[in-house]
Design a protein around this ligand. Structure first.
Ligand SMILES: C[S@@+](CC[C@H](N)C(=O)[O-])C[C@H]1O[C@@H](n2cnc3c(N)ncnc32)[C@H](O)[C@@H]1O
Length: 404
């Protein structure tokens, strides 16, 4: 039995297409619409799915494991971003890092020596890219005089007061190259740094540059056995993404959390054991602080089925933030560089620098597994955009929408 069907909000161009067919075939509007529906049912055509709204499970299934895209790696360190983005199908077109030891590691691991000081890089030497990745150093901005300049009509937002700052260098590159996506990482206190001014300036500038901004503090403890909170900032160019993309930060993988025990070497070199002298000193120092009611203490990991404190760039000094007990009255030991690589979730590669430099490099790095998880969420947005564009190409040639 036939049923009536009411369709509202039919776009004008579709209405005029129906009218043309009515005139051409001398049919009523109902006959034309029924004939189209009949053909659609017969061919069992695929519908344009709203990939994000209401159908996230479909998207999960269809997003490929890798997607070809290009990226640049700024303040590259030992390439925590690169290690992750290459796994997602990314191809690095440019990198920059000024520390000679970090460059040495980067060259050994990725076969590519980064350019030096970002302040000396010529914009023209940076190739175009889809994604810009950067774990930029956190520096205060001088905002004195902003309101004065603005009242004199001189300033364009914060642009004029950020000269010389490394974030400003980054912003200059973003403005010139306009990558579709930015993936930035920083210490958690970026948001509270300098009475929140630093974060305010960064947001203002990214807004000025016309990017959608998403940010979240993520603890890497869901991916590696280490408490490591960092702020991740993901931005999408509003020119490429006129509507706000449905980006969401990842959740840690389900199941049991990684344990410190899993990354320890079986037979570490005895040179990593603390000397009696240093161990006594650390205990006395901690005791002194405890007596004064202060919180300072070394980080002896009593329970190896738990996670470590944050590995910092100063771990090379005394290793006191993460100490592994050894029993039998022996002083504890610090982590070996190989264990630090595992603690950060890097694939095991040859360490080509001294222990001191290796500790600094791992302590400064981003956790590739977290970048990979964030990158997969970015890929969903890119794939969603690509499939939207593709669906326009795959069907009948795009018709211009009537206006008015
Ligand atoms: C927080 S670390 C980034 C680490 C990196 N994300 C990784 O996974 O190893 C910041 C890096 O910026 C580098 N850096 C600082 N100032 C720089 C400059 N002016 N030009 C190039 N690199 C710079 C430092 O040497 C350091 O390696």
């Amino acid at each position: 039995m036939a049923k009536p069907l009411l369709v509202r909000n039919v776009p004008r161009d579709i209405c005029s297409w129906i009218d043309q067919r009515r005139a051409q075939y001398n049919m009523s509007q109902q006959e034309v619409v029924l004939s189209i529906l009949d053909k659609a049912v017969e061919a069992d055509i695929e519908l344009k799915l709203p990939l994000f709204s209401g159908q996230p499970q479909i998207l999960e299934r269809v997003v490929p494991q890798t997607l070809p895209f290009t990226f640049i790696d700024l303040f590259a360190g030992i390439g925590g971003f690169r290690a992750a983005l290459e796994k997602l199908g990314g191809r690095c077109r440019f990198s920059c890092e000024y520390d000679k030891y970090a460059k040495r590691t980067y060259a050994a691991w990725y076969g590519d020596t980064p350019q030096g000081d970002i302040r000396k890089v010529k914009i023209a030497d940076i190739p175009n890219h889809d994604l810009l990745a950067a774990g930029f150093p956190c520096q205060p901005f001088s905002i004195a005089g902003v309101s004065k300049r603005q009242s004199l009509g001189m300033a364009h937002g914060f642009k004029c007061v950020t000269q010389g700052n490394l974030f400003f260098q980054l912003a200059t590159i973003i403005e010139a190259k306009r990558p579709a996506v930015l993936l930035l990482e920083n210490v958690k206190n970026l948001k509270s740094h300098d009475k929140q001014r630093t974060w305010r300036v960064i947001q203002e500038r990214l807004n000025e540059l016309n990017y959608w901004i998403f940010d979240k503090v993520i603890d890497a403890a869901g991916w590696v056995p280490q408490h490591r909170e960092r702020v991740y900032i993901v931005c999408f160019d509003k020119k490429a993404f006129p509507a706000k993309p449905p980006f969401e930060f990842p959740n840690p993988p389900e199941g049991e959390r990684p344990k410190l025990l899993e990354i320890l070497e079986q037979d570490p070199d005895p040179k990593y054991t603390l000397t009696e002298h240093l161990w006594n000193y650390l205990q006395r120092y901690a005791e002194g602080h405890r007596a004064k009611g202060n919180g300072f203490g070394y980080g002896l990991v009593e329970d190896l089925t738990r996670i470590a404190r944050t590995l910092s760039a100063r771990y090379y000094k005394d290793g006191s933030e993460i100490l592994i007990p050894q029993g039998n009255g022996k002083p504890p030991r610090r982590l070996t560089p190989l264990e630090c690589a595992r603690l950060m979730g890097f694939d095991e590669k040859k360490i080509v620098v001294s222990d001191t430099q290796a500790y600094r490099q791992f302590g400064n790095a981003v956790v590739p597994k977290v970048v990979e998880a964030v990158g997969r969420q970015i890929m969903k947005v890119l794939f969603w955009k690509l499939s939207q564009e593709e669906s326009l190409f795959c069907r009948a040639p795009r018709r211009k929408r009537a206006t008015g």
